[in-house]
Design a protein around this ligand. Structure first.
Ligand SMILES: Nc1ncnc2c1ncn2[C@@H]1O[C@H](COP(=O)(O)OP(=O)(O)OP(=O)(O)O)[C@@H](O)[C@H]1O
Length: 690
């Protein structure tokens, strides 16, 4: 409705007697607001808006806001698709990402100053059938995943076509695609653009070509962007992708001419997730009505059994009876109050939780492997929670931790300690932990504070686990917190898929997973501290043993069996200082960390725990990217990630990694029983407390 403006005539006010009626009419018409339109005029302007037009104007909703983020979004969409397709086809993914600077005005600027990039992503997946290529790459909301209840990276059917549209908008260039479905099939080359008015593809080029790859897809996009390393960069995203996807071999050609290879460290594909039907609890009433209209079943009971999971024929009959609806009634005839009664009955009936084989977790071993491969720390642990359900959608939370500084650094001569001013923080307190977040194995780099995973990390009381933490802040110290949500439908806060929405069920599961990681970290820290102090005491005893033995021998006139006495005293010194458990906690025995399942401990003497996941892998060590420390800095001397002779100690033959102990797990120095499987989390005393 048009607003009445200040200059509009006031209804009911009498015209001034001094003015003629003509003048009054003239005044009234001249005061009419210029913008007033009739319903008919408005109707003439009303028309459909195509989804492409909408997202052209609102491209920030899809992650194309700043040039830097847009570059990342394009890479992300193409890599996600490559991984989804390869995994679905049962192929261990080999993905190559090439970022090149596109010359502008005949000159090629350095990568950090360039504004135009060519992104090429190649996979060894199943390829795409020729007829589908134009619509996949040049039609928004077209895909194979939206209607399926199955875990995948992509969900919406909008990602790669939106990336193509962004390229088209910013550079005018079409998307180029090569795809081949098998060694006997021809390779097809396409150049497509999107007709944004109609949301339909325009094919510029379509031909058969010779392609060196027997199978797979290659997508090339030319886009406006900004390349800058560091946080939330393409480099960081690929690095984090490799942590959560150790079954992927990733080669990255940076725009600066470097080649980084993230080798495959896990040689099995994640179990293929099964497609499931919706669970009755997750369906809203409007959706239920729509399903009644769309079903192929002839009776309501049959509809409930065949269109939902976990509804047996008997349960369907019982629910119909309780709602006073005939089980044989045609679903389309069920409307109004009767439909509502059945819907309410379903919601009030106890129905088994949905099956969980529709999600495929990363797994503790693979998380450990990924963290160990990419992050230099001292302690690593990983937890996979049992599946849970939100709004009828199954999901599963996994968490991991990498903690500490490199043992190599510890071995360095200590700098003299500078006295601190009163109230001045310890150096390690000033560095906060870093949270790396994933949804269906895809790293989430933006909108951290809006994400459920980050909120759960903030609200966890890390002080219980021996790590300092200020109120409302992340824990302090060299620590990476890893959280992964796997689900058939991840509830993102927006279409750009950057943060996970805050459902209570999801928050609770993340918190429980983080608490278990924290508990293990606390146990590790406390043990290590006590073991180190016992070890120092033992060394002091050792110093005096020689003297004592010599003195006793002199008293006995040189007749004492010195070696025997020395051995006896050493035995006493060892048993008084924690015995073998001190050696174990300090990594001097090569044994596993007791009470710390799915954990790795790195000491100056070697690696303990799930060592198998830290074992060498298939490709050439020299090609591996240098690992970064917890702050993302490269080491001074670049050591290949997979072969760290300083740290590697192969597992003892037959142990297969962590030492298995039949007896209940007892922590090193505690009298109380632990930990590993006890339901109540043990809260070790904060560091420094004896
Ligand atoms: N490299 C590829 N190999 C095989 N199929 C592909 C490839 N890339 C895309 N596809 C197919 O194209 C479809 C559309 O991809 P698109 O990225 O637009 O959406 P999506 O991955 O389904 O969902 P989202 O919008 O959440 O990313 C996919 O569902 C998939 O079937």
């Amino acid at each position: 409705m048009a607003k009445q403006t200040a200059s509009a005539p006031v209804v009911g006010s009498a015209p001034s007697a001094s003015r003629s009626p003509e003048a009054a009419v003239q005044k009234q018409s001249s005061a009419k607001p210029a913008q007033q339109v009739t319903a008919v005029e408005m109707g003439a302007r009303q028309r459909e808006i195509s989804v492409s037009e909408f997202f052209t104007k609102n491209r920030h909703l899809l992650g194309f806001d700043s040039p830097r983020k847009s570059l990342l979004t394009c890479v992300k969409e193409a890599v996600d698709n490559a991984l989804d397709a390869s995994e679905e086809a049962g192929i261990l993914p080999d993905v190559t990402v090439r970022l090149e600077v596109v010359p502008t005005n005949g000159t090629t600027p350095p990568a950090s100053q360039a504004t135009r990039f060519r992104i090429t992503v190649t996979d060894n997946g199943p390829g795409i059938v020729r007829q589908q290529i134009p619509r996949i790459f040049a039609k928004l909301l077209y895909g194979s995943k939206f209607h399926r209840m199955r875990m995948s990276r992509g969900q919406q059917g909008i990602g790669i076509s939106a990336a193509g549209m962004y390229g088209q908008l910013t550079t005018g260039k079409p998307v180029k695609i090569i795809s081949r479905t098998g060694p006997r099939a021809a390779a097809h080359f396409f150049e497509v653009q999107i007709d944004t008015k109609k949301n339909e593809p325009l094919v510029h080029e379509n031909k058969q070509i010779d392609w060196h790859q027997p199978q797979g897809t290659e997508v090339t996009l030319e886009v406006e962007g900004k390349y800058q390393k560091g946080r939330a960069s393409v480099d960081e995203w690929l690095e984090q992708t490799s942590i959560a996807n150790p079954h992927v071999r990733l080669i990255y050609h940076t725009p600066e001419g470097e080649t980084k290879e993230y080798p495959r460290t896990y040689h099995e594909l994640p179990p293929s997730p099964r497609e499931i039907k919706p669970h009755p609890y997750g369906i809203e009433f409007g959706m239920f009505l729509k399903m009644l209209q769309d079903t192929k079943s002839h009776g309501v009971a049959g509809f409930l059994t065949s269109d939902f999971c976990r509804v047996s024929p008997q349960l369907a009959e019982d629910m119909c009876k309780a709602a006073k609806v005939s089980p044989n009634l045609a679903p389309r005839a069920l409307k109004g109050p009767a439909a509502e009664a059945l819907y309410r009955t379903i919601q009030d009936t106890k129905i088994m939780a949905p099956p969980t084989n529709c999600i495929s977790p990363i797994g503790e071993k693979a998380i450990l492997s990924g963290l160990y491969k990419q992050i230099k720390g001292e302690f690593y642990t990983a937890v996979s929670r049992p599946p849970a359900v939100y709004r009828g959608n199954p999901f599963l939370i996994e968490a991991g931790l990498a903690y500490g500084n490199r043992p190599v650094d510890q071995a360095k001569p200590q700098q003299p300690v500078q006295p601190k001013a009163e109230g001045e923080d310890e150096e390690e307190d000033s560095e906060l932990a870093r949270v790396i977040r994933y949804a269906n194995r895809v790293p989430l780099l933006y909108q951290q504070s809006a994400c459920s995973t980050f909120k759960a990390a903030l609200s966890t009381t890390w002080k219980h686990y021996g790590v300092s933490q200020s109120r409302g802040a992340l824990p302090a110290g060299p620590m990476v917190i890893f959280v992964h949500m796997a689900s058939v439908w991840v509830p993102f806060t927006s279409e750009s898929k950057e943060a996970i929405a805050d459902y209570d069920e999801i928050q609770k599961e993340i918190t429980l997973a983080l608490r278990e990681c924290g508990r293990r970290l606390g146990l590790f820290l406390r043990r290590r501290e006590r073991a180190a102090s016992e070890f120092r005491r033992r060394n002091i005893f050792e110093l005096y043993i020689e003297e004592v033995v010599e003195a006793c021998d002199r008293l006995k006139g040189g007749t004492l069996p010195k070696a025997k006495l020395k051995a006896q005293l050493q035995k006493i010194a060892s048993s008084r200082t924690g015995g073998a458990k001190t050696d174990e906690a300090l990594g001097k025995t090569g044994g596993g960390p007791e009470g710390l399942p799915h954990s790795i401990i790195v000491t100056a003497d070697g690696v303990e725990g799930d060592v198998v996941v830290a074992s060498p892998v298939e490709t050439d060590a020299a090609a591996a990217p240098a690992e970064t420390d917890l702050l993302g800095n490269a080491p001074e001397e670049e050591t290949p990630a997979r072969t760290r002779p300083d740290r590697m100690k192969p597992p003892k033959a037959g142990t297969g990694g962590m030492k298995k102990r039949p007896s209940p797990q007892i922590p090193l120095f505690d009298k109380a029983k632990p930990s590993g499987r006890s339901k109540k989390p043990a809260h070790p005393a904060p560091r420094g407390k004896k």
